[in-house]
Write a protein that binds this ligand. Structure first.
Ligand SMILES: [Zn+2]
Length: 402
């Protein structure tokens, strides 16, 4: 007897088919729900139910969240005015967010064309579409404390409560975006300092120019660290790549630059249907043929993958059980390294101890820590015998875990 919600027995194909069928059914249900809401709203049946508005009825009687109620009522009213919306929601061309975005712009003249243009668009794509067709004026640059922010910042001692995230980037018109973000006192001070230091180049002090220059500097730094980007590239010495490739999984800088140029800053994973992953964050260099199976860090042998696809490919190559065990071990080693750093050892010493004790049996993190400390104790003892300095750190650390 299997539960409706226990799906571990389903083959992948069946699972995906069921999910697609459920989404299709959900879309049809949503369209029917909007039609019912629209009719109840039009008949004002919420009034005899002792609700002052359709919104109150949805929240109090139907137990929808305030947000869900708000969205569905707005969509239902738009669909009642333009019934083509019902069909578009039922067959999955428009989601609720799309209907709400389109609603203010729908007229008898524009409805059919706008619904067609927005079909299967993401929320961001439809916002862009509308910004291009109905440009809004720029939001004036504004820097001012939010109500209550000063009060929060002045509370001391103790951690300052973070304001809820309010970041928003909204397209206003072609090439123009409004950025709204809440910043802390330190960021505020840095922004003013950058504005002041840039006055000779940006006399107006326009924040968009200050932010643009700050981002240029940040991107240079990040690209250099992540993709080995440089204005003065040096070719790897002849034979060095092969030699390094044979000995290590490390991807040489010139290979990083070439792979970055080839793949762009986007995951290179492509589905069987030819669709490429659009993830641009959490990118990692990946060996096309796993390093453990002889893969070399060459340009054709390396690609950029997002961490999800990197993990997915590793699972496909080695099996998920093996990879889970490997990840658990890596996590434990990271914890032990951190623990050793906390006890005063350098990063190099901690890494050395973890690597040298990797072969020792250790079922728990305490066992692993003890094994790593054993390695360090040997090193420190020999250093002390050479007269290189006292070994109080070793003694303290060893006694603290034994
Ligand atoms: Zn990906």
């Amino acid at each position: 007897m299997t539960s409706t919600y226990s799906l571990a027995h389903l083959p992948d194909h069946d699972l995906l088919d069921h999910l697609a069928a459920l989404v299709a059914a959900d879309q049809q249900t949503t369209a029917a729900l909007l039609a019912h809401l629209a009719e109840v709203d039009a008949r004002a049946l919420y009034l005899p139910a002792a609700c002052a508005s359709m919104h109150v009825y949805c929240v109090r009687v139907l137990h929808l969240s305030e947000d869900a109620a708000y969205k569905r009522i707005r969509a239902a009213r738009a669909a009642r005015r333009f019934p083509a919306i019902f069909a578009a929601v039922a067959d999955g061309r428009l989601h609720l967010a799309a209907v709400i975005l389109l609603a203010p712009h729908l007229t008898d003249e524009t409805a059919d064309e706008l619904i067609a243009a927005a079909s299967h668009g993401s929320k961001a794509e439809i916002e862009l579409l509308l910004a291009q067709r109905y440009p809004r004026p720029d939001v004036p640059a504004l820097l001012q404390p939010l109500p209550g922010a000063v009060q929060v910042d002045q509370r001391a001692p103790g951690p300052v409560d973070a304001a809820p995230p309010t970041t928003k980037v909204a397209p206003l018109a072609p090439q123009r975006f409004a950025l709204q973000v809440t910043i802390g006192q330190a960021t505020h001070d840095k922004l003013l300092r950058a504005q002041a230091l840039l006055r000779h180049r940006v006399p107006s002090g326009d924040l968009d120019q200050v932010i643009d220059r700050a981002l240029d500097t940040l991107l240079d730094d990040l690209e250099r660290k992540k993709f080995a980007a440089t204005h003065r590239p040096r070719a790897t010495k002849a034979g060095a790549a092969t030699k390094a490739g044979a000995a290590t999984r490390r991807v040489p800088n010139d290979v990083k630059r070439a792979v970055h140029a080839r793949d762009g800053e986007q995951c290179a994973f492509v589905s069987e249907d030819g669709d490429r992953c659009t993830e641009r964050g959490f990118l990692e260099f990946d060996h096309v043929v796993p390093f453990a199976r002889g893969g070399q860090p060459t340009v054709p042998g390396t690609r950029l993958l997002c961490s999800s696809h990197n993990q997915y490919e590793a699972d496909r190559s080695f099996g998920s059980a093996f990879m889970q065990e490997r990840r658990a071990r890596a996590e434990m080693e990271a914890d032990v390294t951190l623990g050793l750093r906390g006890l005063g050892w350098t990063a190099a010493e901690a890494r050395h101890a973890v690597a040298q004790s990797a072969h020792l049996p250790a079922a728990t993190i305490e066992d692993r820590m003890r094994a790593a400390l054993g390695v360090l104790h040997v090193r420190y003892t020999s250093r002390c015998s050479d007269g290189a300095g006292p070994c109080w750190q070793t003694t303290t650390a060893c006694s603290s875990v034994s």
